[in-house]
Design a protein around this ligand. Structure first.
Ligand code: ZN
Length: 301
């Protein structure tokens, strides 16, 4: 496999399900694997060794679910031609599909990138960065890329050029301007409207349903938010209820700033946009609550 083929293979990874349902299992396992390469770990890793770490990443960066299935990417990444499994002698690994956790542990199944892909990446920091960039760009909003890299222990400068040649979904360049204007250049949550001269500063246009999930660049899928509330929204620390009230995740906590910047807004209505037609669409806010918001809201709004 050549570098170009690897990048194409990564770009083709099928991770989104119907109706924008998130399934970031494979990207998260791959990012964890890139981190292992950077840290000179062996190519193949026991499922039991990586299981806890992968589950934690699924909980932190994937949608909230009743159960988590780290065995799924560990087995199914094989279908994408990137991954292989080995087991202790005497155990016949099924050629496709998933294998139960208990069996993976008991049979000491190991998984890892195929030897040729591992060799390509092992000696090429730039290629690691390119692969990581494609995975992040295709699956997560840019506000949380650094959080994911930090959590993975990946030392990477995520550059925009790295994935310039991948098939990015087109964004409307006017989205930002239209959203900021729709909300009168104020954060829809806290009202932040600081300017430097005439330019709004630290004010951003957020997608409610992520662009990566197919969320459109329309006013009813956008919110003008200060950088802080944008990030809190994208990480799922806060969400928007059906009544357009702010909901705060019960997992959020802290001392300095927590009350003023987050908790005080729990149950408060969003600041309305200039026109009624710009109001968020409930389909998008519900998507966010289902796929991004972290758990129960504090007061069950
Ligand atoms: Zn704000």
């Amino acid at each position: 496999m050549t570098k170009q083929q690897l990048l194409e293979q990564i770009t083709k990874l099928k991770v989104w399900k119907k109706r924008g349902q998130r399934a970031p299992h494979k990207p998260l396992l791959l990012l964890l694997t890139l981190s292992r390469i950077q840290h000179n770990k062996e190519r193949l890793v026991l499922f039991s060794e990586i299981e806890k770490d992968l589950t934690e990443k699924l909980i932190e960066f994937g949608p909230q679910r009743k159960s988590y299935y780290p065995e799924e990417p560990f087995c199914r990444l094989r279908t994408d031609g990137l991954w292989e499994l080995t087991a202790k002698q005497g155990f016949q690994i099924p050629p496709t599909g998933s294998i139960q956790k208990t069996i993976l542990r008991k049979e000491q199944v190991k998984g890892g990138l195929t030897q040729d892909i591992y060799n390509l990446l092992k000696s090429d920091q730039e290629l690691i960065e390119q692969v990581a960039s494609i995975l992040l760009e295709a699956n997560f909003p840019s506000t949380i890329h650094q959080d994911i890299l930090d959590a993975m222990g990946l030392d990477i400068e995520v550059s925009q050029q790295a994935n310039a040649n991948t098939q990015k979904k087109k964004r409307d360049p006017k989205f930002r301007g239209r959203i900021l204007q729709a909300y009168n250049y104020r954060c829809a949550i806290c009202g932040f409207d600081v300017r430097l001269g005439n330019t709004p500063i630290a004010l951003e246009a957020a997608h409610i349903m992520w662009h990566q999930a197919g969320g459109p660049d329309t006013e009813n899928n956008g919110l003008a938010l200060c950088s802080l509330h944008h990030k809190l929204l994208d990480r799922g620390a806060l969400g928007i209820s059906k009544e357009f009230k702010v909901i705060v995740s019960e997992k959020a906590n802290g001392y300095i700033g927590f009350q003023e910047w987050l908790l005080d807004f729990d149950g408060k209505e969003l600041r309305m946009p200039q026109k009624e037609v710009f109001m968020p669409d409930v389909g998008f806010t519900e998507w966010h609550v289902r796929e991004v918001f972290q758990g129960e809201s504090l007061y069950g709004t």
